[in-house]
Design a protein around this ligand. Structure first.
Ligand code: S3P
Length: 435
């Protein structure tokens, strides 16, 4: 990963694009199709490094996943809940936290089989204890560096028992790992979250026929009952709002812009960015709202805002916009007044420490950002100068810096720009198209 990109400042963005498939839903489509009985059809899959890591791991577990071709739908014949074989190879999760955490949950209950999972440098430093600890409470035998907190992770499959599990962080990856483990545990498993995180796993498990109940305020208590096979389904994957976010913010802050983004997933557990855009006073409209495969979607038209208010992000909204903090940090630089991002310590354990990295990189353009332990304070009304910046290997940082570069005077260089391949391989082409 060492490709640099040069972005000229001062342009505007016009036109219509379709963002790639949702990354979270793409991972889950592969996993549930693999453990179902019968065939599943997957359409709109995100052809990018992270979901392809999940596909490779599942192939190593004995699932016949065809060669996936960009923009083509495909079929997976599931092997059933007990159909994985013991892999000869180490399961390589690449840069993908979702792959590693969901697979740990899925594999912990495969009695009599052993599995080893590894990741790249970034993933090997990310916390896995948050999934290993609750799975150990269910009887899981999971080991790794730093007492099972870091990869490589080794799993000795065991029959798991259900129970009531409270998670200390609102994380869809943790919740999903426990729910996947619960599918074959003895007795029901109840997950209680401190705040509601994205619910794609629950929606898809329900569609596949799992016995799952959503209880409590805002769906924070999810109960999965074992004993039912999953049945293959047709899965239509909407566009990823986390990829659309770059254009939603670019269209708002870059003068004379007008962008139509088609087919964007609008699941309410993911739309925190729209709430922030409302408080900023952004000029956008959602059209053609519809439901596909149990997920709400729509087209978003966004035009440059005449005035942008500063904003505060804190509390329960964080999980609903967790991946959008890097681009919202760029937005804050161009709002009037001071913006605050609080309660965001989770950002420190993403693909990079996104609070530190965004502050460090945006300061090179002249941004005025103060880093706090759990957030950022960003002074608005910035005038960006051109700069040489670096994604530091983080896909969302790379794309956020691209949008920031357009706001700078002169040409900027983004090093390790191809980090964007993790979630949005076509990003640079789409940018060219809109410029
Ligand atoms: C994801 C959940 C979120 C998110 C990540 C994808 C998922 O992570 O940041 O990009 O697909 O479940 P956490 O569960 O760690 O919050």
């Amino acid at each position: 990963m060492n490709k640099s990109r040069i972005v000229k400042g001062g342009g505007n963005l016009q036109g219509e694009i379709k963002v790639p498939g949702d990354k979270s839903i793409s991972h889950r489509s592969l996993i549930l199709a693999s453990i179902a009985e019968g065939a599943s059809y997957i359409k709109g899959f995100l052809y990018s490094e992270d979901p392809l890591s999940t596909a490779n791991c599942l192939r190593n577990l004995g699932v016949k996943i065809p060669k996936i071709v960009k923009d083509e739908s495909f079929e997976i014949k599931g092997v059933g809940l007990d159909g994985f074989s013991e892999p000869k190879e180490i399961l390589d999760c690449g840069n993908s936290g979702t792959t590693m955490r969901l697979l740990i949950g899925l594999l912990a209950g495969k009695k009599g089989k052993n599995f080893i999972l590894k990741g790249d440098n970034s993933l090997s430093e990310r916390p896995m204890g948050r999934v290993c600890k609750p799975l150990r409470l269910m009887g899981g035998k999971i080991f790794g560096r730093e007492n099972g907190n870091k990869a490589p992770i080794s799993i000795m499959g065991e029959k798991l028992k259900g129970g009531v599990i409270g998670t200390p962080v609102a994380s869809a990856q943790v919740k999903s790992a426990i729910l996947l483990a619960g599918l074959t545990a003895s007795g029901s498993t109840s997950v209680i979250e401190p705040a509601s995180s994205r619910d794609h796993t629950e929606r898809m498990l329900k569609a596949f026929g799992a016995k799952i109940e959503i209880r409590g305020e805002l769906g924070r208590n999810i109960v999965i009952n074992p004993g039912r096979d999953l049945a293959g389904q047709e899965i239509l994957i909407p566009g990823d709002i986390s990829s659309a976010a770059f254009w939603m913010i670019a269209g708002s802050i870059i003068p004379n812009s007008n962008i139509k983004i088609k087919n964007v997933g609008l699941n309410p557990t993911r739309t925190g960015i729209l709430d922030v855009m409302d408080s900023m006073g952004c000029n956008y409209e959602i059209k053609e709202k519809r439901l596909i495969a149990g997920e709400p979607i729509g087209d978003i038209n966004v035009k440059t805002a005449s005035h942008l208010n500063s904003f505060i992000i804190e509390g329960d909204i964080l999980p609903k916009l967790i991946d959008e903090i890097p681009i919202l940090t760029v937005a804050a630089c161009f709002c009037q007044g001071i913006s605050y991002i609080k309660d965001a310590a989770e950002l420190r354990v993403k693909e990079t420490d996104r609070l530190k990295v965004m502050a460090r990189q945006l300061r090179k353009f002249g941004a005025n950002i103060e880093e706090k332990e759990d957030g950022l304070i960003i002074k608005g009304d910035s005038k960006f100068v051109s700069a040489e910046v670096d994604s530091e290997t983080d896909h969302r940082v790379s794309m956020s810096l691209a949008i920031a570069s357009i706001m700078a005077k002169g040409s900027s260089t983004i090093n390790r720009a191809d980090a964007s391949n993790v979630s949005y391989p076509n990003f640079w082409n789409d940018l060219e198209l809109l410029l």
